[in-house]
Design a protein around this ligand. Structure first.
Ligand code: IVH
Length: 674
């Protein structure tokens, strides 16, 4: 051996020892040697490198990990696509998987390789002449992102392949999973919490978040690990004939594979291995969400091949979601932007699959009844799709005497307006649409929109800032904004001119139509067409406000449910107060002239495609003025479809249903008669 070779061999040995201890220290959080010993080995390597700078190895730990930050990741197409796996969830499905495979391999003995299913991120690693040249994410399976610099910071991953006994392949593409072992994850979260920084919900998110960083020094500071589970390409061929042997072959280059894996003679033994690992799961160093079952023989794998995007020779055997028991402390009702009330159970915090769960949504009052959940009850909680916590069931055997039943609140927890829940509806709502702080922004956006009060600029640009300034508690406050010029000027990008434009626009909006005003109120179920019908039917706002359900139902377009919503709206004292303030601010309209003739009364029309002589809105108004209802979808009840240029599926549907169709020219001619 030349002196050079000896030096390189020494360097390689030191690098390997340091890498091993690094992994134990950073990733497993279980140091295997004292810090001082580590330092000594490190300095020994450094000294060798100083003496022989031309022999410095590319993967030396003496070079600071983490290269330059990137501005974005490059995309690359996988030469061998990264496919996905089918799933089985129980013994029956597992046996069916085996039967399907074995039927295609008549008179052959089939062995199974059983591996951990790592819950991290799949990546692909390219080694050319034994040097790691590229790391790529799975992406959509066809194309992934090049994350080489981040991948190079993963401590247990060989950056250069070396082996005492085996020749280094010219090209090797290894597939595997990047994850954050549990110990490292907990340590990272504890440190971040102490620093007041963001903590991660689970190890998978932490690993993903680390790999997606453009600055590799972030990935370098995170305890990531790589576990190999397959070889996509190897030139020259590695010569192994089974899956288990090829994984073993990878370990000699320093690749980590799962801490547990089995070769089973038959599918019954696979089931046993699965049950055993399910029990051992809490003691494993990494998160897994199941096992991967693979036909062990590589030739048999080839014979089986793929069915669409999944191999016939492998499947994932998922674990049932982890559940944990805890008790319900109380139930809060949250009010969404559209006024829906959602019950949220506040739980005594409990760890579910490594994540602390203290809140869980119960969706609606129906779900509360279905589960029969009460405050004080013991419930089992699981994470569905391993992310969103859900209540699995209530355990009546643990129910104490003093549980409290859960009822839908009568008034909104935010604004105290009555809560309504029309028959047949699953969701309860706050009726304080115009007043409720939770719904304010939506109410304002709607109120100022073009077809409502048409106040330009306010909806998109200023609404949020005005809310923050506390200048808009409800829509009626819009009409006192002119008293707050000074405050308006403090809003970013709001100059004298914009303030004046806004105030003018608000002033101009006061002259409106009854239909626009009704529409602006945002009453549930009352869209533009219904608002117009109500205006035509009732003629005055007072008549509408005082209408009873029977009178409302006589309006074309208003059914039982919408009628009830209108009644609910005008029953809520807060809504009445806001309406009164709006009217007092000077909103006014001309009394609608009831169209003398409504020849199209009750007919449903549809306008589709692009009209060349008028906008769709104009055509809609023309039809509505004649009493027609303009709908967005074609059904057998549709009277007529006006089809402009590029009319698509609606025209097709009309033709199929035999509904009358008019071209734009025919429509114009038709309108002439009125
Ligand atoms: S083998 C043809 N083995 O599971 C696909 N995959 O649903 C061969 N995974 O994104 C995949 N542990 O990242 C295989 N021991 C293991 C695995 C494993 C986790 C992931 C893989 C892929 C997903 C497939």
């Amino acid at each position: 051996m030349t002196q050079q070779n000896t030096v390189v061999a020494q360097m390689r040995q030191l690098i390997q020892i340091l890498a091993k201890h690094n992994h134990a220290y950073y990733v497993m959080d279980q140091p295997t040697i004292a810090d001082s010993e580590y330092d000594q080995l490190f300095h020994q390597l450094k000294a060798l490198e100083e003496q022989h700078p031309n022999l410095v190895q590319p993967d030396t730990p003496t070079h600071k990990v983490g290269g330059k930050a990137l501005s974005k990741f490059e995309n690359i197409t996988h030469v061998v696509p990264m496919l996905s796996l089918g799933n089985v969830f129980n013994q029956e499905d597992l046996y069916a998987f085996a039967r399907r495979a074995e039927e295609r391999l008549p008179n052959q003995k089939v062995e199974y390789d059983v591996e951990l299913k790592f819950d991290g991120l799949a990546i692909s690693l390219w080694y050319e002449q034994g040097v790691l040249v590229r790391g790529v994410t799975r992406g959509d399976g066809e194309t992934g992102e090049v994350i080489t610099e981040n991948v190079k910071t993963i401590r247990n991953l060989p950056k250069v392949l070396s082996s005492e006994t085996t020749a280094i392949p010219e090209l090797l593409e290894v597939r595997g999973e990047v994850l954050m072992p549990k110990a490292g994850f907990e340590k990272l979260n504890a440190e971040n919490e102490a620093k007041g920084e963001k903590t991660f919900a689970n190890p998978r998110n932490a690993a993903a978040g680390s790999l997606r960083q453009l600055d590799p020094s972030i990935a370098a500071s995170r305890p990531l690990a790589f576990y190999a589970y397959g070889i996509a390409q190897c030139e020259p061929n590695h010569g192994q004939s089974t899956m288990s042997a090829s994984l073993e072959w990878l370990t000699q280059f320093g690749f980590a594979v799962g801490e547990r894996h089995f070769v089973c003679d038959n599918i019954q033994d696979v089931q046993k291995a699965y049950e055993q690992i399910n029990l051992e799961r809490p003691n494993l160093s990494v998160e897994i969400d199941g096992m991967v079952i693979k036909v062990n023989d590589l030739k048999q794998q080839q014979t089986l091949g793929f069915l669409s995007r999944e191999p016939r020779w492998a499947t994932a055997y998922k674990f049932p979601a982890v559940a944990a028991l805890t008790t319900v402390d109380h139930i809060d009702w949250q009010v969404g932007r559209t006024g829906t009330l959602t019950p949220v159970a506040r739980l005594n915090p409990v760890a579910v699959g490594g994540v602390t769960v203290s809140n869980v949504t119960l969706h609606n009052i129906g779900e509360i009844h279905r589960l029969d959940v009460r405050v004080g009850d013991t419930v089992s909680v699981y994470r569905s799709g391993d992310v969103i916590p859900k209540v699995e069931k209530v355990w009546p055997e643990f129910r104490p005497d003093n549980t409290v039943e859960v009822h839908l609140p009568e008034t909104c927890p935010v604004c105290e307006s009555p809560v309504v829940m029309p028959e047949g509806e699953a969701l309860a709502r706050c009726s304080g649409g115009l007043y409720c702080a939770a719904q304010r922004i939506e109410a304002i956006r709607h109120f100022v929109s073009r077809k409502a009060m048409d106040i330009e600029g306010l909806g998109d640009r200023w609404a949020e800032s005005l809310l923050h300034l506390d200048l808009l508690k409800d829509v009626a406050d819009i009409y006192s904004l002119h008293e707050h010029r000074e405050q308006l000027l403090t809003i970013e990008k709001m100059g004298e001119k914009s303030v004046q434009n806004l105030i003018d626009s608000i002033e101009n909006s006061k002259k409106t139509t009854l239909a626009s005003f009704i529409y602006a109120l945002g009453i549930r179920g009352v869209g533009e067409t219904t608002a117009r019908m109500l205006a035509n039917t009732f003629q005055t706002f007072d008549a509408l406000r005082n209408a009873d359900i029977e009178a409302l139902k006589k309006t074309p377009d208003v059914g039982e449910i919408t009628a009830e919503w209108i009644i609910d709206f005008f029953k809520a004292p807060h809504n009445l107060e806001v309406v009164d303030r709006l009217l007092a601010a000077g909103i006014h309209w001309d009394i609608p002239t009831a169209p003398t003739r409504q020849p199209l009364n009750g007919e449903s029309w549809v306008i589709t495609g692009t009209l060349s002589t008028m906008g769709r809105d104009d055509a809609t108004q023309m039809l509505q003025a004649l009493g027609a209802r303009v709908s967005g979808s074609v059904s057998s009840k549709t009277k007529c479809v006006v089809a402009g240029e590029k009319a698509g599926s609606k025209l097709e549907k009309a033709e199929k249903l035999g509904v009358r169709v008019m071209t734009e020219a025919e429509f114009l001619e038709f309108m002439q008669q009125y």
